[in-house]
Ligand binder design. Structure first.
Ligand SMILES: C[S@@+](CC[C@H](N)C(=O)[O-])C[C@H]1O[C@@H](n2cnc3c(N)ncnc32)[C@H](O)[C@@H]1O
Length: 288
């Protein structure tokens, strides 16, 4: 029997195609994406593999139900490549880019309700501040939130960039990233509920894997990576009682083995060929 693989972040199917080339004939792949444009692109990219590749529109937090419904549970391999695809970042009309003017949208799934415009124009300043601080790790969150509220209504990504530029004193602008990077990251994570999605999905992935099956995650910032790292750490331990407790009372049993003790980083050559890979971190775990 060939391998059963699930790519939970199909995107433009770059990884999915590579997996298919290694597991066919005999293997099957389920591709999931919440972005209908990616679903369309993924279907076209995998058409040559016929019924061995199944592509589904959905959120990866629903992985358990989707895999079951399409006959992909239990699976040998589950892949997550978090974040945005190049297709999303490079389409100004999606509103993800601070480099091009577009609507304040930022929804990965345009059928979902919450947009960045709704957050910046309708949420309280304190809630905007929380989003920028917690999800953008932006230390100027308070001032940026005040400037956003004072400039309402904000219509485009340029309006938002200008609010951020005005809020942060020029001498404090970061040198290595765009001044609005953290604000855009914070809003994008809130719009798409990205961290809850990840927490629920990696839990579902563990349940969906067969013993000996592996899950691989590629993270692009510390908030994503931290969730995976702590999940792997907890689930690879037999006991999670506080260290000062002399006798175990938790009854917890290890459910996985960490394959990558340290995350795998891209080589210099890979970063030179694909600069967007520079912050990627790969972690792999095997179900016991
Ligand atoms: C970095 S891209 C993946 C690129 C892909 N590995 C490739 O080779 O083309 C991430 C993709 O995951 C999708 N995505 C992000 N969060 C998701 C979620 N919660 N559920 C399903 N898809 C999600 C995005 O829409 C995007 O297409």
């Amino acid at each position: 029997m060939g391998a059963v693989a699930i790519d939970c972040t199909l995107g433009q199917a770059g990884h999915a195609r590579q997996i298919m080339e290694r597991i066919t004939p005999g293997g099957r792949l389920l591709g999931i994406d919440r972005d209908p444009a990616a679903v369309q692109a993924g279907r076209e990219a995998l058409a040559a593999f016929g019924p061995a590749a199944v592509v589904v529109h959905g959120r990866f937090s629903e992985l358990g139900a989707i895999a079951m419904e399409h006959g992909f549970s239990p699976a040998d391999l589950i892949l997550f490549d978090f974040g945005l695809s190049s297709g999303q970042v490079d389409s100004p009309e999606r509103g993800f880019s601070f480099r091009a003017e577009g609507p304040l949208d930022m929804r990965m799934d345009p059928t979902s309700r919450l947009t960045a415009a709704h957050i910046v124009n309708d949420f309280d300043a304190s809630e905007i501040e929380r989003i920028l601080r917690q999800y953008g790790e932006e230390r100027w969150a308070h001032r940026i939130a005040e400037f956003i509220v004072a400039r309402r209504p904000l219509r485009t990504t340029r309006d938002l960039v200008q609010a951020v530029e005005a809020a942060i004193p020029r001498r404090a602008w970061p040198r290595d990233i765009h001044v609005a990077t953290r604000t855009f990251q914070g809003l994008r994570i809130a719009v798409n509920d990205e961290l809850d999605e990840i927490e629920n999905a990696i839990r579902a992935a563990l349940l969906t894997l067969k013993p000996g099956g592996r899950m691989a995650t590629i993270s692009f910032h510390s908030l994503e990576d931290r969730l995976v790292k702590s999940f792997f750490n907890v689930e690879s331990k037999d006991c999670i009682c506080p260290p000062q407790q002399p006798v175990c009372t938790c009854g917890h049993r290890a459910a996985l083995r960490i394959v990558t003790r340290h995350p795998v980083r891209p080589s210099e050559a890979e970063v030179a060929a694909n600069p967007r890979a520079r912050s990627a971190r790969l972690r792999v775990a095997e179900k016991l």
